[in-house]
Design a protein. Sequence first.
Length: 235
Amino acid sequence: MCDDPRVDSEADTKPGLIGVIGGSGPAGSALAARLASVGLTVMIGSRSKYRAMEARDHYVDLHPELADSLTYGDNASAARADLVVIATPWDSAATMAQEYRDDLRGKVVVSMANALVRVGHEFQPLVPPRGSVAAHVQAAVPDCRIVAAFHHLPAKELGHLGAPIDSDVLICGDDPEAVREVSDIVGRIPGCRPLDAGELSNATAIEAFTAVLLQLNVRYRTRVAPKLTGIRDDA
């Protein structure tokens, strides 16, 4: 039996099941696997539970230790989780959230999509009707506690579970407790530092900045992630 009170505190604040709607794609499945690798219980959701099963089995084959913490189901099952991440393409995020509005009511819902288009060799941000994908999702499911996060983490690096990710994660939302909850989750990922970037209106700039990062990836043939200086780790 452990007498360290910090362990009990971590157990008390550990979130329940995290469901990833549209989680069979590269970014959603990589995020699900990464969260499962740090001890969280995660369900990959998809329109077809068989696609979700394939995504889950891919990571479990590579990392058998994830067998108990990484599960799969259809999107409806993922929407019934305690905390939900929407990992669909940006143009279907709000529609998907509205489809499961009753299941999402009152929950923390994380929007991670970026509205982007490639024009020639350049990536350009698009402006959704509400200014950001996250705000569009919030308008579609006003009873939810929407938080914008995970926009800038490269999917390939997320899926390399043996290596840390050296990146800050900008998080914004209008519900401070929801932002803290998502920040706690981000803080469990080795190498990631959660930063409270303010209210949900700032998601417009956060999402648009992804176009800049992708352009840097193309120009310098790398995968960049943001790391801000001047902020103390204990701030």
